[in-house]
Design a protein around this ligand. Structure first.
Ligand SMILES: Nc1ncnc2c1ncn2[C@@H]1O[C@H](COP(=O)(O)OP(=O)(O)OP(=O)(O)O)[C@@H](O)[C@H]1O
Ligand SMILES: [Mg+2]
Length: 338
């Protein structure tokens, strides 16, 4: 395959072209218009969408197209940093601020001076850090942990959320005043099932990309498989599609796509239960429920790129309970992050 995709930006060379990123759906046209608007200004931008809908890609596009695009940007994956460290990671610390603070350290906010600070999954920040962030958004000022001096930076803050921040404000776990500061411009990314007309363009892009990078020639997908893909709900959105196409390029057989979209039909198992004999209803339903649970977890885990924390959030269960269900409770000992 010889089609070449790229946009000539060396730092962000893996970004897909606009026709792939935005496709043709109305919601994505609005996202594109908002991105163009945001790129011309320095106001904070909030990217909202389910996991795998392209928030990271849009954040990178926005930075690259802004007046700060020639500067390296600073990205903070908020949930990946333990709560006890996030304040000093963001705002830095003075020597002796806490045990182990042997020297003064600049935080990511300072490192982003003159550029863009991308706060990925901002909804995970605790309330104390939210208060400091609000101050930063109000006048660009902050203090390092353990410091007295007020420092100032000029940065653009781009944040992302795959949870509904408005709901978090109702629950009291996210400050409403902070939300209003972060979302001067909001860009909503629709789930893939709501922009299913864009599926062929995305498939074509991933087929070319992986066929080139993995040096494997592949056949285009059959119309039957394409029809099935159009009907699928894509809980992991474009990330799930990308992973599937990569597997197809590696394995070269469309069955790999169907197996993931339609894993073994569970109803067959039900029809195989021999009700001509007395059965133990409790035992059968318990075993079926356990199988169903494991299958759901497997699919969501895969769609979430293996992230146990995201999977737990997606399934609305605690991280601890997910690890129990996966038989990984032992890894809870002393765990702070993934
Ligand atoms: N519009 C798109 N065109 C091409 N690839 C895309 C697009 N959107 C997402 N992807 C691909 O899907 C994967 C997930 O995208 P991205 O990391 O931007 O999602 P996200 O919304 O940040 O997800 P999460 O909430 O899980 O962090 C990436 O590998 C990215 O390359
Ligand atoms: Mg992301």
């Amino acid at each position: 395959m010889s089609k070449v995709y790229g946009n000539g930006m060396s730092d962000f060379s893996r970004l897909p072209p606009d026709e792939v990123v935005f496709g043709t759906s109305g919601e994505m046209s609005l996202a594109r218009a908002n991105l163009q608007l945001a790129a011309r200004s320095d106001v904070p931008v909030l990217l909202q969408g389910e996991s795998g809908t392209g928030k990271d890609i849009l954040a990178r596009l926005l930075h690259a197209r802004s007046s700060r695009g020639h500067q390296p940007w600073v990205k903070v994956m908020c949930p990946a940093i333990p709560h006890s460290l996030i304040e000093s990671e963001l705002f830095g610390h003075e020597r002796g601020a806490f045990t182990g603070a042997n020297c003064t350290k600049r935080g990511r906010v300072e490192l982003a001076h003159g550029s863009t600070l991308f706060l990925d999954e901002v909804g995970g920040l605790d309330l104390a850090v939210q208060a400091k962030l609000l101050q930063l958004l109000q006048d660009g000022s902050f203090t390092r942990v353990g410091g007295q001096e007020t420092l100032r930076v000029q940065i653009r803050i781009v944040s992302s959320a795959n949870v509904n921040l408005r709901r978090k404000t109702d629950e009291g776990s996210f400050r409403l005043d902070l939300l209003y500061r972060l979302n001067a411009i909001t860009i909503n990314l629709p789930p893939l099932r709501n922009r299913i007309h864009d599926l062929p363009v995305l498939i074509d892009y991933f087929l070319h990309r992986y066929s080139d990078s993995l040096q494997r020639a592949v056949r285009p997908l059959s119309s039957q498989t394409l029809t099935q893909m159009r009907r699928f709900s894509w809980p992991g959105n474009i990330r799930q599609l990308e992973n599937l196409i990569r597997s197809y390029v590696v394995i070269g057989d469309e069955d790999v796509l169907r197996a993931d979209m339609f894993p073994e039909a569970e109803p067959d198992e039900f029809t195989q239960i021999d009700l001509a004999q007395p059965v133990c209803l409790k035992q059968i339903t318990k075993s079926m429920t356990a199988k169903l649970e494991q299958e759901i977890i497997r699919r969501v885990l895969e769609a979430q790129g293996g992230s146990r924390r995201k999977t737990a959030r997606w399934l609305n269960i605690s991280y601890r309970s997910l690890l129990y269900k996966l038989g990984e409770a032992h890894s809870l000992d002393g765990i702070k992050t993934e």
